[in-house]
Design a binder for this molecule. Structure first.
Ligand SMILES: O=C(O)CCC(=O)C(=O)O
Ligand SMILES: [Fe+2]
Length: 306
């Protein structure tokens, strides 16, 4: 699709600059799937791999049905339409709902099954581990996810950790697709202070932070790099890259890659998961491990002298 024929798109309610130097398409890499060295090289260069039509359609569809059934049971799906269409109940719009998949065997089959774990074992060149926690997102008509890097939420183990974003169903441009800021993984020196932060780490010598994070169980900061994808891009350069995702696709990217999602301008729920994979031999961020992980709860808060 040429960028000339695009619908108007917004991120955090602001119109995105769709000119050719500001917006473009993710480069697909499924042609490299049998060549781990070429995949590693591309990941190093681009900061991401976009692999289309990789996951078996039936397991993605089964996971989608499971998510929609749970949403429907919670009253989030409009009963006037077939559930599988995933039309949000506008009076009761779903948001970030982790309990849709912790646990959910149908979703685990997709994200921890042999296809993706085999892919990461080939990519890392040996045994791998994944975080046990699954981030599930169901976005109705609403603003998408603000720009951020994942490192600030999960950087206590190895930084050679990859996020895997999986759409459950088609995700056209108006339905909150994920987008990456081109080459942003090569600009970490400009984001040093942000990337060194950790949303669960507070300054022991700052009473306001001790009260908020240690005592209150809150976050030191929200983790967003910016709420304005337009000015962020103008500052850092590169284009916002996205795709019209299809079921079976996935996108994997580095911890320091800036990403965000567009606003959902439709009544169709945008369903996705994001999960994390690393080499088994490297240290892991304990907040995301086990049957009942600490997540961003009190057990994961850490103090330091700032
Ligand atoms: O799905 C989204 O809107 C955000 C996903 C994300 O931040 C991630 O995959 O790390
Ligand atoms: Fe993220």
């Amino acid at each position: 699709m040429s960028t000339l024929t695009l619908p108007a798109l917004t991120a955090n309610k602001l119109p995105l600059d769709l000119s050719e130097n500001a917006f473009g398409w993710l480069r697909p890499s499924e042609d490299l799937i049998d060549d781990p060295a070429a995949m590693q090289q591309r990941l190093h260069e681009d900061g991401y791999l976009y692999i289309r039509n990789f996951l078996p359609q039936d397991i993605v569809r089964t996971a989608r049905t499971s998510l929609l059934n749970r949403l429907s049971a919670g009253g989030f799906i409009n009963p006037d339409f077939p559930i599988e269409e995933g039309i949000a109940n506008t009076d009761n719009t779903p948001k970030f709902m982790p309990n849709l998949a912790n646990p959910n065997p149908e979703v685990s089959r997709v994200v921890f099954g042999p296809e993706l774990t085999g892919f990461y074992a080939r990519l890392f060149g040996g045994p791998i581990r994944h975080f046990d926690y699954i981030w599930v997102r169901s976005l109705g008509r609403q603003a998408g996810t603000p720009a951020h890097c994942d490192l600030v939420y999960m950087g206590r183990g190895t930084h050679r950790l990859l996020t895997c974003w999986v759409p459950y169903g088609e995700v056209p441009l108006e339905q909150s697709p994920l987008m990456l800021l081109e080459d942003s993984h090569q600009k970490s020196d400009r984001l040093k202070k942000y990337l060194e932060s950790d949303v669960d780490t507070y300054c022991e010598n700052r009473p306001v932070q001790v009260k908020k994070v240690k005592e209150g169980g809150g976050w030191a900061h929200k983790g967003w790099l910016s709420n304005n994808c337009v000015s962020l891009r103008e500052k850092l350069g590169g284009r916002w890259l996205t795709a019209h995702y299809q079921p079976g696709d996935f996108l994997t990217f580095k911890m320091n890659m800036i990403h965000a999602s567009l606003d959902n301008q439709t009544d169709r729920v945008r369903l996705s998961t994001d999960t994390r994979y690393q080499s088994a031999s490297e240290p892991i961020d304990e907040r995301w491990i086990g049957d009942n992980p600490a997540l961003h709860g009190r057990a994961g808060k850490r103090g330091r002298i700032c």
